[in-house]
Design a protein around this ligand. Structure first.
Ligand SMILES: *[C@@H]1O[C@H](CO)[C@@H](O)[C@H](O)[C@H]1NC(C)=O
Ligand SMILES: *[C@@H]1O[C@H](CO)[C@@H](O)[C@H](O)[C@H]1NC(C)=O
Ligand SMILES: *[C@@H]1O[C@H](CO)[C@@H](O)[C@H](O)[C@H]1NC(C)=O
Ligand SMILES: *[C@@H]1O[C@H](CO)[C@@H](O)[C@H](O)[C@H]1NC(C)=O
Length: 376
């Protein structure tokens, strides 16, 4: 998500933080775990105050470390405040990204899945490094959560396929261990095109530079399809994740689904317009294009949300004065987006589950403050 500022680079954003761009180049964005959870309306509406009670109920349940300490991890206290209300929720835990892998079986994924399992329906993981795919599938297996995972391979355009192959081999091992029962699809590439055209001083994802990049990515997509066929999992959907404005049409022709990041905040809309803008942008830029292709890939909003806080005053708003990073404005976005999108069948992952202190430490600005709950 940290790259989304440049997603709208053709739009006049006066207060765009200049330090965002290098983040994209280092490829931090990629390894995002999107948890298609369904968290309570009640919890959301009372947002901050309920976070402590839900996390304490999680940690007071049996085997609170999250590891399998003898008792049955699938038996745990369910928080009565949790009911289905989101299609999906994104989650980017600390330690899930190279080179700072620090995510292990005792880490928060267990508690998160236990906490949200009563209402969780699916999960997507955007990269396969740091063992995160195995950790998520193991946690689902142990907790018997009814979840589907979209696993991911975060492809780096400039590394000669090293990251792609490392993650492909990891995903192969994971599928051999856990099977595909809980896997909804394999996402090859996350903001690959945004990174590729930006690095090559271009802007049009469908221009000649974009199409050159798309051909590179197609080799990886085709390779993944072939590896899955060899594993007798040729039916598994293969997709692509991209910044909303950067889907290449050739890439969409090669995939079964697309995950699109659409952030009204970075487009500088007012919070009152944010829900309608998000939906309309996604519809016009992604859904219409996808539906015009012979394979009609299914499109999802991979990330959308509203920040509640900022650590630099200059980043308090991205554009229009009403679009401040406040809890009240997150509530406005929730009130105007979630139920309407649920009703009209828009598939979205709300960004994100918790405030992430590590992002604030690393990037500042609004990066750490998108949580529905305070940092764990
Ligand atoms: C990865 O996670 C799985 C599931 O928890 C675990 O069994 C395995 O030992 C982990 N591998 C590494 C290298 O940490
Ligand atoms: C790129 O990777 C291939 C193996 O896939 C290798 O043969 C080649 O030497 C590499 N090229 C560079 C420039 O690293
Ligand atoms: C090029 O990409 C954009 C963004 O994904 C899309 O909206 C547009 O329709 C595409 N244009 C063509 C000519 O394919
Ligand atoms: C679907 O939901 C979105 C998000 O709240 C809303 O903006 C949009 O107008 C709705 N579209 C239709 C066709 O109802």
């Amino acid at each position: 998500m940290v790259s989304n500022a440049v997603q709208w680079q053709e739009k006049p954003i006066t207060k765009k933080p200049t330090r965002r761009k290098p983040m994209i180049i280092v490829g931090i964005v990629g390894l995002i775990a999107l948890i298609a959870a369904a968290v309570a309306v009640a919890v959301v509406l009372t947002r901050r105050s309920s976070s402590s009670s839900s996390s304490s109920s999680s940690s007071s349940s049996s085997s609170s470390s999250g590891s399998n300490s003898g008792s049955d991890p699938s038996v745990f206290a369910k928080d009565p405040k949790l009911v289905q209300s989101f299609y999906g929720i994104a989650y980017t835990p600390e330690g899930s990204q190279m080179p700072n892998c620090a995510y292990n079986a005792d880490s928060s994924i267990w508690q998160v899945i236990k906490c949200y399992a009563p209402a969780v329906s699916s999960t997507a993981v955007a990269g396969a490094d740091c063992n995160q795919t195995a950790l998520v599938l193991e946690a689902i297996k142990q907790t018997k959560a009814q979840m589907t995972v979209w696993v991911g391979n975060y492809v780096i355009p400039t590394d000669n396929g090293t990251a792609y192959r490392r993650q492909r081999d990891e995903l192969t091992r994971v599928i051999q261990t856990y099977g595909t029962e809980h896997i909804g699809g394999i996402t090859v590439g996350n903001e690959f095109m945004l990174n590729y055209v930006t690095a090559n001083s271009a802007t049009d994802p469908n221009g000649s530079v974009g199409n050159t990049g798309a051909a590179l990515l197609k080799a990886d997509i085709d390779d993944t399809k072939s590896v899955m066929r060899d594993l007798n999992h040729g039916n598994i959907p293969i997709g692509n994740a991209e910044a909303g404005a950067y889907f290449n049409t050739d890439t969409l022709r090669n995939v079964d689904y697309g995950l699109s990041n659409v952030h009204a905040w970075f487009a500088g809309t007012t919070v009152q317009d944010a829900a309608g803008w998000t939906w309309q942008y996604f519809e016009e830029t992604n859904v219409v294009v996808a539906n015009g292709l012979p394979n009609k890939p299914e499109m999802y909003i991979a990330e959308t949300g509203w920040p509640t806080k900022y650590t630099q005053t200059s980043l308090q708003t991205m554009g229009a004065p009403p679009s401040q990073a406040t809890e009240a404005n997150l509530q406005v976005f929730l009130d105007t987006f979630v139920c309407q999108a649920n009703r009209n069948g828009t598939k979205y992952f709300f960004f994100e589950l918790f405030d992430e202190k590590w992002k604030d430490d690393m990037y500042g600005g609004v990066e750490g403050w998108w949580g529905l709950f305070y940092a764990k």
